[in-house]
Design a binder for this molecule. Structure first.
Ligand SMILES: [Fe+2]
Ligand SMILES: [Fe+2]
Length: 221
């Protein structure tokens, strides 16, 4: 059986893992790692794969891996990438092409900072899509005092616009953010996101591209 994102999104097992992750991370007070984040990462991973010229099958693989990458969080945050890969392969190893199941499991594991090994272009696309998702809509609480007290919430809440563009001619991938400095300052932003931007740079370099970051129209990298 050939896997498709459409089918994965309707799969009751995958939906149960995502629902459980949503419940678990809400209790821990984390930013969104569920359908909002998964939709964005999945669309972005497919967009990058398509713009850099990967084949349709690789684009679909990127979109599926991106949709499933955070679904293991309900079994523990630290190893969530392993759990997600294991859950994915448990579901599909007897139903789908074993090569596709292996590739997707590998991409899921490699999205996390502790195991960030880029072994193929699909992995690089998913890493950029995941690490570039910073936005106000990721913050779950509406309480401004709570938002200001937590650096992750503060930095995400400060980002009111987020665009990712791939230029195949210039070989650049550019993340443009609008930052509301009422909620955070550049130091906060860098304390949280320097690491993420390094991963994006590494992943873009693997694809033969350079990664640029623009904040409030100022080019920072
Ligand atoms: Fe993750
Ligand atoms: Fe993620």
């Amino acid at each position: 059986m050939e896997l498709s994102l459409k089918q994965i999104k309707q799969d009751p097992r995958i939906n149960a893992f995502i629902d459980q992750t949503d419940k678990y991370l809400k209790v821990l007070g984390y930013t969104d790692h569920c359908r909002r984040h998964l939709d964005i990462v999945s669309d972005r991973a497919r967009m990058i794969a398509s713009k850099i010229g990967l084949k349709k099958h690789a684009q679909e693989t990127a979109a599926i891996a991106a949709w499933c990458h955070d679904m293991g969080n309900f079994l523990g945050r630290t190893q969530h990438h392993y759990w997600a890969a294991m859950l994915f392969s448990q579901c599909f190893i007897n139903e789908a092409n074993p090569e596709d199941v292996s590739t997707i499991s590998q991409v899921i594991v490699s999205h996390d900072k502790d195991d960030l090994k880029i072994v193929d272009k699909v992995t690089a696309c998913v890493i950029i899509a995941d690490k570039s998702d910073v936005h106000r809509s990721r913050v779950k609480t509406k309480n401004i005092a709570e938002i200001k007290a937590d650096i992750h919430d503060r930095v995400n809440y400060a980002v009111t616009d987020n665009k990712l563009q791939v230029d195949k001619q210039k070989k650049t991938i550019t993340l443009s953010l609008k930052l509301d400095t009422k909620f955070t300052d550049m130091m906060d932003y860098f304390a949280i996101f320097v690491e993420r931007m390094n991963y994006c740079q590494k992943a873009a370099a693997y694809l033969g591209y350079t990664f640029h970051l623009k904040i409030n129209s100022t080019k920072l990298a």
